[in-house]
Design a protein around this ligand. Sequence first.
Ligand code: ADP
Ligand code: MG
Length: 235
Amino acid sequence: MSEPAIKLQNIHLSLGRGAARVHILKGVSLSIARGESVGLVGPSGSGKSTLLMALAGLERPDSGAITIAGESLDALGEDALARFRGAKIGIVFQSFHLIPTMTALENVAIPLELAGAPNAFARAADELLAVGLKDRVAHYPAQLSGGEQQRVALARALAPRPSILLADEPTGNLDAATGESIIDLIFALRRDRGATLVLVTHDLGLAARCDRTIAFESGRIVSGARGTEAAQAVS
Ligand code: ADP
Ligand code: MG
């Protein structure tokens, strides 16, 4: 079997300081194949967002090993980790995190340009076309609807052509119909580009659209840690 896109081995992760320190991830092991889509479900506060932060290298675990696209994150220093994240991982959040003083085009192009990509503005325009926002490139976030803002965020996340897309409740701030169209778009773009997807959602129906559902509770995986292929490989 080829190298998995994502491999976690016994990850423990705590956040906060002193008395406020909370042990959030309590021994998470997980393998996700390249190109697989995984829905991550679980109660609020169970640690889903923290797990995505760990996958993105935005939070470091206390112990355990994280390997993404064959690269061990533990071995990377902060600068190397930031470069790795920029190249390999796209993230979209429930709140869109757009920069309010930049147009849609600039929100997508400036990060590309900072990463040293050639033709950043032309590429950003292509990405905005791909998410259906050709006519909104010059708009500022405040001039866009929630669904349109999430499309910009999606274009920004996918512009560097990451092999992994992480989405943390991407429809949480949208009405049902708009959310549905964003999800359709995420699945369509993922399919076109062959990216691995980890989608955090409260919605079991949504998770069921993924190849596999992982259920999370109190910082632990309660089902779905291994895909059938991986389970067969170790048995
Ligand atoms: P979920 O995304 O499943 O709702 P989170 O990963 O956001 O869960 O949070 C898991 C737990 O960790 C919650 O109890 C939350 O209060 C706690 N937590 C999250 N971030 C921090 C932090 N920076 N410091 C301390 N506790 C935190
Ligand atoms: Mg969360």
